[in-house]
Design a protein around this ligand. Structure first.
Ligand code: SF4
Length: 197
């Protein structure tokens, strides 16, 4: 999702942050279309803040939790203007201080907006890393911590791209397509997989 939006709108930290916040618990296609409409009207905290709340909600209404996310985007924009002169900070600590930003969002912004070596663990990265037996963890945050110990920093950005695509197409959440997977025979112990195709 972020790659598509960066291709269309450029590598702009505020847009990457907004897209990440909107994408939480929303499908990528919905988020991308909502972002396209929003970014055609606002690409800075100042211009986003200038959009009346009811209008922002209309733009985002197809995104899950659009009312909560509309209010959050307003708060985040105001915070960035007040604390960071309208810019998105580029340290994990400062990003985590922004309302609504957790480890996953902070890592994605560092990685995609600032091209820093950050390892963003979403649901796909967490699930597949455990199925492959790379880690044995309960939460995405634990997975990030453990993966950083075993994955060379050079691959931190790439691993998200690869595993997200893998998770959307092959190693799907409920019934992974193991019969199509080249890792199935020798490389994947398929930990926790009970049903597969
Ligand atoms: S073999 Fe199955 S569980 Fe393992 S990575 Fe491939 S699709 Fe996922």
């Amino acid at each position: 999702m972020s790659e598509t939006l960066i291709e269309e709108f450029g590598r702009k930290p505020f847009l990457v942050l907004v897209a990440c916040l909107l994408s939480l618990r929303s499908r990528d296609t919905v988020t991308i279309n909502a972002c396209r409409e929003l970014f055609s009207k606002a690409q800075t905290p100042e211009t986003l803040l200038a959009i009346p709340l009811h209008q922002l909600e209309q733009i985002l209404y197809k995104v899950n939790f659009y009312k909560r996310k509309s209010a959050l985007l307003k708060q985040v924009s105001q915070y960035l203007i007040t604390v960071h002169h309208g810019l998105v900070p580029h340290t994990q600590q400062e990003l985590l201080a922004i309302k609504g930003v957790g480890l996953k969002t902070a890592s994605l912004v560092l990685s995609e907006a600032f091209l820093q070596p950050a390892l963003c663990v979403d649901t796909h990265v967490h699930r597949i890393s455990n199925r492959l037996g790379w880690v044995h963890t309960k939460t995405a945050d634990q997975t990030e911590h453990e993966l950083k110990k075993i994955v060379p920093q050079h691959y931190w950005r790439l691993i998200n791209h690869y595993l997200v695509m893998w998770g959307q197409n092959i190693c799907t959440p409920l019934s992974p397509k193991c019969s199509l997977c080249p890792l199935a025979q020798h490389l994947c112990p398929r930990i926790g997989v009970t049903i597969s195709r």
